[in-house]
Design a protein. Structure first.
Length: 326
């Protein structure tokens, strides 16, 4: 694997305790550290810290909502980070959804496809130093130019799950960010990007629980997947992937308010496909299958099992165990 990344902030580790872990990642063979952004940490602060602590790492967002920041503020923030870490920044943006855009930020969730498309067009122009002015379909810019043009311009990727947004990623962005999919789903996803997408970067967040205790891993997986697979966006994604019938018992339980039952109804086979688990060697082999299927940058979202211990030391032991073998 040419690239091998991790999702930060790391689970169960306070941001103040990240430094010694981040500093060790390049020596272990990790090349990337990427954030997400929903209702927890913001997407930029951990990247600024990681870029300073480990200058060898590429840093990226997977992904930032396009509706919770104005286009110019988003461009300014990315350009600032790129000036601090030239050539090491990747920007992933996506539509997010009403729970994060409207319910906790009070911003109307409107025209998600157009807003993503317009934001990508704006960002690619602005980050290349162009003066941007005029009307887009979903917003208007009276006139903007970044104060310090990043060199090189950070790539702009789109977080996408279904055909229309996947096609947009293939046609107008520099690549794709995706997650909560199995290895066998990748050909369908990449194909939906269209012919242009075949030459572009595919980034996938891969959830990993390194443990030989299959029961523990499946319990962790169900606790995560019960809610995710019943969320509107991911429910539609897995319908498109052909899992509607498999997920119907979970959906019935969720609709009835039986959230534990919804998690319990996620089949073992699907848990095993969406949560990488097993020995560290088995986990690395599973991640390698994602790469063989088309992922350029796997991003491990690591959930340490009890055998590694708790806190920062446990996470560091897990990351060492999962480190790529040269």
């Amino acid at each position: 694997m040419d690239r091998y990344g991790v999702t930060i902030p790391l689970q169960t580790v306070p941001l103040s305790a990240h430094r010694r872990i981040i500093e060790e990642l390049p020596d272990l063979g990790y090349t990337d550290a990427w954030t997400g952004e929903a209702a927890g940490y913001d997407g930029f602060t951990p990247l600024a810290l990681a870029a300073a602590w480990a200058p060898e790492l590429r840093v990226g967002t997977a992904v930032l909502p396009v509706q919770t920041r104005g286009p110019a503020l988003l461009a300014m923030t990315v350009a600032t980070l790129a000036e601090a870490a030239p050539g090491r920044v990747v920007l992933g943006v996506g539509s997010s959804g009403p729970p994060f855009v409207t319910r906790i930020n009070g911003i109307p969730f409107e025209h998600p496809y157009r807003r993503v498309r317009d934001t990508v067009r704006f960002l690619k122009a602005a980050l290349n130093g162009e003066y941007v002015s005029g009307d887009f379909d979903s917003f208007s810019i009276e006139g903007f130019r970044v104060a310090s043009v990043p060199d090189p311009a950070p790539p702009v990727l789109i977080g996408a799950l279904r055909p229309q947004m996947l096609r947009l990623a293939g046609r107008e962005a520099d690549g794709l960010v995706t997650n909560f999919l199995a290895v066998d789903d990748l050909p369908q996803v990449v194909e939906a990007m269209g012919p242009e997408g075949k030459a572009k970067e595919v980034v996938a967040r891969i959830f990993v629980c390194p443990t030989r205790d299959r029961g523990y891993a499946r319990a962790q997986g169900r606790a995560m997947l019960g809610a995710i697979l019943n969320a509107r966006t991911y429910s539609a994604f897995h319908d498109w992937l052909g899992r509607g019938e498999v997920l119907e018992p979970s959906r019935r339980a969720w609709a009835a308010g039986d959230f534990r039952g919804a998690a319990a109804a996620v089949p073992d086979r699907l848990v095993d496909e969406l949560l990488v688990h097993g020995s560290p060697e088995e986990c690395r082999a599973h991640v390698e299958r994602y790469v063989d299927a088309g992922v350029v940058t796997p991003l491990l979202a690591v959930s340490p099992a009890p055998e590694f211990g708790a806190g920062p030391d446990g996470m560091l032991r897990a990351l060492r165990a999962l480190a790529p073998i040269s």
